[in-house]
Design a protein around this ligand. Structure first.
Ligand SMILES: NC(=O)c1ccc[n+]([C@@H]2O[C@H](COP(=O)([O-])OP(=O)(O)OC[C@H]3O[C@@H](n4cnc5c(N)ncnc54)[C@H](OP(=O)(O)O)[C@@H]3O)[C@@H](O)[C@H]2O)c1
Length: 224
């Protein structure tokens, strides 16, 4: 099995995926300096927006984790907000996939995992910018799954609120956490582990491709 590239494998959901894969060869990218916790892992400090990626031979999977939570009423959103959300969530993934596509397509059971949000399937106040960017990610998932069918599986995980550094502005106190838990049919938000285990499953040898997997405590489909 080739190396697993986890873009954003140092904290949050990506950090949890890296921990689950401590025995596998993984390459981690992030903007901040980071000391790997497994002898099987190698870290590169870079910003995907720059589009400068190291040469890596033998990649079998790409997991692309960078994301944003920029929630504002539509009238307060500037074009720059839409552009930044699109750059980080969508174009960064495009750049990474294009850079490593040739190497990835040589691997056995190659796969790509992208991240969306529950706010694409269920319309939510103040999510216009992030839901638009993640809608593009879901479109990319299905298009690439078709184009790469038989060579590279492409799937997307759409979580609801997940306890990670990215969400700390929303989960700012006990009251906010309680309200967020209550909004879920399951009565709890995600742990990073809930989502990471789904990614680990999708990486395994299976016949799943072109899917948007909703890890959201039932939020996108249930009314209870
Ligand atoms: N947390 C939630 O509530 C939630 C809900 C729905 C969807 N999601 C989606 O799930 C995915 C993972 O979210 P998360 O909460 O785990 O995010 P997180 O806590 O912010 O972690 C993101 C990871 O990506 C790295 N990263 C961010 N920007 C980067 C860049 N430009 N270049 C290289 N590395 C970069 C970060 O490291 P550095 O900061 O050091 O670069 C970090 O390792 C995202 O796509 C997010 O949109 C999350």
């Amino acid at each position: 099995m080739g190396k697993i590239l986890i873009v954003g494998g140092t904290k949050g959901i990506g950090g949890e995926i890296a921990q689950l894969l401590e025995n596998k060869e993984c390459i981690l990218f992030s903007r901040e300096a980071y000391s790997v916790t497994s002898n099987n892992h190698v870290h590169y400090q870079l910003d995907v927006s720059d589009g400068n990626f190291p040469d890596i031979e033998d990649i079998s999977s790409i997991v692309y984790c960078p994301g944003t939570i920029n929630l504002k009423p539509f009238r307060s959103l500037k074009v720059e907000d839409f552009q930044n959300d699109f750059d980080v969530n969508f174009l960064g993934a495009v750049k990474v996939i294009q850079h490593y596509q040739r190497i990835l397509s040589k691997a056995e059971n190659a796969s790509i995992i992208l991240f969306s949000t529950v706010a694409v399937k269920q319309g939510m106040n103040f999510h216009a910018s992030i839901a638009s960017a993640k809608g593009a990610v879901e479109g990319l998932t299905k298009s690439l799954a078709a184009e790469f069918a038989g060579k590279i599986r492409v799937n997307c995980i759409a979580p609801s609120l997940t306890d990670t550094p990215l969400a700390q502005g929303i989960l700012r106190n006990e009251d906010a956490i309680k309200r967020s838990n209550e909004r879920h049919p399951s009565k709890r938000i995600n742990t990073a582990s809930d989502v990471a285990k789904t990614a680990e499953f999708l990486l395994q040898n299976n016949n799943i491709t072109g899917q948007i997997i909703h890890v959201d405590g039932g939020m996108s489909t249930l009314k209870v």
